[in-house]
Design a binder for this molecule. Structure first.
Ligand SMILES: NC(=O)c1ccc[n+]([C@@H]2O[C@H](COP(=O)([O-])OP(=O)(O)OC[C@H]3O[C@@H](n4cnc5c(N)ncnc54)[C@H](OP(=O)(O)O)[C@@H]3O)[C@@H](O)[C@H]2O)c1
Length: 357
């Protein structure tokens, strides 16, 4: 029997939503464009003949039920996710559709884990929040590096960006998401210190050596959900933080055929356990665009059954992390490992050195 390939992309006309629609079409899915503004959906559909639109307001349950009806999965690209994640995930669950989003907000991910992560709400579908650059990518890298390690002494995620040109949605979300960020210390989620720690980190060219500062995103919540790590630190380039705190920094501009900006990223993960260290590195271009292949790959795996569990799942808990990253590395990520133990796991070894187009 042919699988249902209909995927509702909510927030389809946003910057990230457009990348997701393009990637879904490229991967053979049938994206249905959704969001709250009919005019924006109609204008977008004019350039995508045959594409259906469904207008829905997240505050109106009947709208959401009509929008998700008959779909195999919902990809939510409309943030702040503190406002949109729960109603859309609930509508997807009622319709028997999988739910994914691209949230970097710790609070929205925690809320989905609380609502859909317990046996109180038995369901046959999956709810996978933060299936994005911030969130899923680091979670998958750490999961792939951890392999058989059931306990980890410490995990460090260092994110290097040469620039961060924020979209309007990023700026709005930053203003909305004012809760104190959480980190894992002594196996528990605790508030980060008001004086975040700063370090030097050697990223590869073109990013190079940078000052990085403690700045946890949604990966802290997803990793804590399924990995037993005593301590997790998330570090981010200070240059990127300076870009987004400057109101004059413009939005991303397309410089290649995929619509990607000139932004380069590297995500380094370092795991320590009992004197052993494992490291993996993923590099690529444009944190907004790369979110599209990440979330679309996840949607495809949910639709064809390549996942474990039901209800709210962390990306690394739902998917075979090494297999997932290997699939992404064909086009969008360059994955490498400076340490022999991780390279021997096969993931880094399989990946061609020049995989970014
Ligand atoms: N975790 C990650 O790595 C990652 C990656 C990419 C994006 N994101 C997040 O994704 C979100 C969207 O980013 P973007 O770059 O696409 O921004 P954008 O271009 O400004 O688009 C924002 C989209 O969200 C919609 N939206 C916002 N609030 C809504 C609400 N209450 N109800 C319905 N629709 C709503 C907007 O619709 P209207 O125009 O009608 O307001 C628009 O479609 C942001 O929160 C951003 O932080 C996260």
């Amino acid at each position: 029997m042919q699988k249902n390939s209909a995927v509702l992309v909510y927030g389809a006309y946003g910057h990230t939503g457009r990348f997701i629609v393009a990637e879904a079409l490229r991967r053979g899915l049938r994206p249905i464009l959704s969001g709250r503004r009919e005019a924006a959906l109609t204008a977008m559909a004019q350039n995508l003949p045959g594409t259906e639109i469904r207008v829905a307001d997240v505050a109106v349950t009947t709208d959401l039920d009509a929008a998700v009806a008959g779909t195999a999965a919902v990809i939510n690209a409309a943030g702040p996710f503190l406002d949109t994640a729960e109603p859309l995930a609930a509508a997807a669950a009622r319709a028997g559709a999988h739910y994914l989003d691209v949230s970097a907000e710790q609070g929205s991910v925690q809320a989905l884990f609380e609502t859909f992560g317990s046996n109180r709400t038995p369901m046959s579908t999956a709810v996978v929040p933060a299936m994005s650059f911030y969130g899923g990518l680091a979670d998958l890298l750490v999961t792939a590096a951890a392999r058989e390690w059931e306990e980890i002494d410490s995990v460090t995620v260092a994110i290097g960006l040469d620039r961060w040109w924020p979209t309007p949605g990023t700026r709005i979300t930053g203003r909305r998401n004012t809760a104190t960020r959480l980190k894992v210390s002594e196996s528990m989620l605790v508030p980060v210190s008001p004086q975040p720690s700063r370090h030097q980190w050697a990223f590869p060219a073109p990013i190079g050596e940078q000052t990085v500062r403690e700045q946890p995103f949604s990966e802290m919540i997803t990793m804590n959900r399924h990995l037993r790590a005593r301590r997790i630190d998330n570090l981010l380039s200070e240059t990127a933080l300076a870009d987004i705190s400057d109101s004059e920094t413009g939005a991303p501009q397309a410089v290649d055929d995929f619509g990607r900006s000139a932004q380069n990223f590297t995500v380094d993960v370092r795991l320590d356990r009992a004197g052993h260290r494992r490291e993996l590195r993923a590099s690529g271009r444009d944190i907004y665009q790369v979110t599209a292949p990440l979330v679309v790959e996840a949607a495809i795996r949910l639709i064809d059954g390549r996942f474990t569990g039901t209800g709210a799942l962390a990306p690394g808990g739902a998917f075979d992390a090494a297999d997932f990253l290997t699939a992404l590395s064909a086009n969008w990520l360059t994955i490498s490992s400076p340490d022999e133990e991780s390279a021997a796991s096969g993931l880094a070894g399989q990946v061609p050195a020049e995989s970014i187009r």
